[in-house]
Design a protein around this ligand. Structure first.
Ligand SMILES: [Fe+2]
Length: 202
């Protein structure tokens, strides 16, 4: 007998069960990461629209190098987003101010992680130290926990789009978060709006 593939509907139900039951970031991440692993590790990715594995058409400006396709969001409490990075595109150093779970679908991502080494009291400047470089593998997962594992930059070093699914304990299309300049230490607040929305729950 064929077993039904794990798809987005089942994933969202399981995800909502976890965030209803758990409030500690580490426990949420421990529950959600195996679900994301199951979703991205499947041979059947028919739950993911082909156009979300490409850059958005007609986007201009600094955000034209990536797509941010929101599959599901509920208020400011939860979002499930597909990110697509164009070849040799990447992010500034940034944080999320939320827990997060990432699952890798196409291509490769290079993640450089940082930690803040000043006392954290200055809201406009931060001193960061690089703590490691990680390369993703298709079908694998990673996670974020704020503030201990929350600051990184991500690049697509390859010649083809890199595609990953991200789950956050906030709406990452509206979340006010910070980007960091490594040399000057300057902190800037910013947001990254979604390019599209699928299921929106108030
Ligand atoms: Fe990030």
């Amino acid at each position: 007998m064929m077993t039904k593939p794990y798809a987005l509907g089942g994933f969202i139900r399981d995800l909502e069960d976890i965030v209803t039951a758990e409030h500690d970031q580490a426990r949420i991440v421990a529950g959600v990461e195996p679900l994301v692993q199951r979703l991205v590790g499947s041979d059947d990715l028919s739950w993911l629209k082909p156009e979300y594995r490409q850059l958005p058409q007609g986007k201009t400006g600094v955000a034209s190098g990536y797509g941010q396709y929101c599959l599901y969001r509920r208020g400011t409490a939860l979002s499930v987003i597909v990110f697509c990075w164009g070849p040799r595109q990447g992010t500034p150093i940034h944080d999320h101010l939320s827990w997060g779970v990432l699952g890798f679908i196409d291509g490769m991502e290079k993640e450089t992680r940082y930690k803040r080494v000043d006392d954290g009291t200055n809201a406009e400047y931060a001193q960061l130290e690089e703590v490691g470089v990680h390369y993703t593998e298709k079908g694998r997962t990673s996670h974020l926990v704020t503030p201990s594992r929350d600051v990184h930059k991500v690049e697509n070093p390859g010649d083809t789009p890199s595609v990953s699914i991200h789950v956050y304990g906030c709406d990452m299309g509206r979340q006010q978060r910070r980007r960091y300049d490594l040399q000057s230490g300057k902190i800037q607040w910013y947001t990254t709006p979604h390019d599209s929305d699928e299921i929106v729950v108030p």
